[in-house]
Design a protein around this ligand. Structure first.
Ligand SMILES: O=C(O)C1=C[C@@H](OP(=O)(O)O)[C@@H](O)[C@H](O)C1
Ligand SMILES: C=C(OP(=O)(O)O)C(=O)O
Length: 423
């Protein structure tokens, strides 16, 4: 809490690069003809897995000697060869790389962790088959997924976007490498801002893609052009630091993340504003200043920014009235069933919650001491670490799982708020 009259303590959080931008840029640079440089990419388990997978697909990626980024020597086409490609826990790898592989020539088998294997993939496999690709999956349409690639023609395609937007993003990004134009109509699309990010990055790498009517996309078979890209800080990761400002009554600025960000999750600050925090949206930075008190008593649809719903739900017990988040059914299909995982952990800490298929309501209340079950989900670990800045009675059963997107999370939160234990 702020001391009356005293200015809030002000911090700059060092937030690493966006996972979604890094992995898209890696793929597009790998598909482009020529060398691309990615500045300030995220280095974490998800991007390391993605980079290694592209290397297995034949692409040369080197870290620049001064540590400023990566140089990607693009293939200028789809991959050629054969191999087993490890996707680890990365949804982006499992959903973006098979369409790329299908545009090449060879025999590729995509595999992943048990957690990733449990996540849906069938709409993507079906879409690739309808384009004429030879694709085999495990029963239920999951990983391992094998592509016997012989190049692909385009054509017209309907895709179900109700479980994940990543299927559509993966297909769109493969589009310029097809032999003929690709037309995709998407139904029930969740997480729309990620598709806008896909379109923006495709265009940055020289693709011609248009949305001719809402949900109807046309991609021309132009290939990609090598270019440079500076990766913005990750907006989902920034949410933990902005929420920390809100609940501790301090000010946190994230430089490099401005109001024109390509990342939808930058809109998490709108939700904090609704809960009483002061937000300054600059062109090059965002600052949240908290009061230490949270205003509740509202319902918010976070379907487009669902990676940040847990950040809000975890701090919601500190509010003065219940908070309901809705529109997040697809959050049950991520690293964990995130609605259940948040609700169970809050209940274990004595907080009243109610859940429905696509929603959660969190009531105000004191937390009792609890061990938080992370379910190997980085966002559970990071979200509950923010709540613990206030309650100081929670421990994480798996603090290391933050490495999926931010290996240095605990060190950075501790640097700003020493009461956060280094772990
Ligand atoms: O395209 C992307 O980079 C992502 C899309 C979102 O997934 P869904 O489309 O499955 O909601 C998001 O949750 C994920 O962290 C990253
Ligand atoms: C859902 C997530 O990751 P992905 O789908 O990329 O594995 C996430 O980072 O919260």
């Amino acid at each position: 809490m702020t001391t009356a009259g005293a200015p809030p303590q002000a911090f700059h959080a060092h937030v690493p690069g966006s996972k979604s931008l890094t992995n898209r840029a890696l793929l597009l640079a790998a598909a482009a003809g020529g060398s691309s440089v990615l500045a300030a990419p995220l280095v974490s388990e998800d991007t390391t897995a993605f980079r290694a997978a592209l290397a297995q697909l034949g692409c040369r990626i080197v870290s620049l000697a001064d540590g400023s980024g990566w140089q990607v020597d693009g293939l200028g086409r789809g991959p050629k060869g054969a191999g087993r490609i490890w996707c680890a826990d990365a949804g982006t790898a499992a959903r973006f790389l098979p369409p790329l592989a299908a545009t090449g020539h060879g025999d590729f088998v995509f595999e992943g962790s048990a957690q990733l294997t449990a996540r849906p993939l069938a709409p993507l496999a079906d879409a690739l088959r309808r384009l004429g690709a030879r694709v085999h999956t495990a029963g239920g349409g999951t990983l391992p997924l094998r592509v016997e690639a012989a190049g692909l023609d385009g054509g017209g395609l309907e895709v179900d976007g109700g479980l994940s937007s990543q299927f559509l993003s993966g297909l769109l990004m493969a589009g310029p490498l097809l032999r003929t134009p690709l037309l995709i109509r998407v139904r029930d699309l969740v997480s729309r801002p990620y598709v806008d990010m896909t379109l923006a990055l495709m265009r940055h790498f020289g693709a011609e893609v248009s949305e001719d009517a809402p949900g109807e996309f046309a991609v021309r078979p132009t290939g990609y052009r090598a270019t440079g890209l500076r990766i913005e800080p990750d907006a989902s990761t920034a949410s933990y630091f902005f929420a920390a400002a809100a609940v501790t009554g301090s000010a946190v600025t994230v430089a490099g993340l401005g109001r024109d960000s390509l990342q939808g999750d930058v809109r998490f600050v709108d939700v904090l504003e609704r809960a009483g925090a002061l937000v300054r949206r600059g062109s090059e930075s965002t600052t949240v200043t908290g009061t230490g008190a949270l205003r509740g008593g509202f319902t918010v649809d976070m379907g487009e920014i669902s990676d940040t719903f847990m950040t809000l739900a975890a701090i919601a017990p500190l509010a003065d009235a219940p908070i309901t988040v809705r529109g997040i059914a697809h959050a049950r299909l991520k690293e964990s069933d995130r609605i259940e995982a948040v609700a169970r952990n809050l209940r274990a800490a004595g907080v009243r919650t109610e859940t429905g298929r696509d929603r959660i309501t969190v009531h105000p209340g004191e937390t009792s001491a609890a061990r938080i079950a992370c379910h190997r989900d980085h966002r559970i670990a990071m979200a509950f670490s923010v709540l613990n800045l206030r309650t100081q009675n929670l421990t994480l059963d798996d603090p290391g799982c933050v490495a999926k997107t931010f290996p240095g999370f605990h060190a950075e939160l501790h640097r700003l708020f020493p009461r956060h234990p280094l772990q």
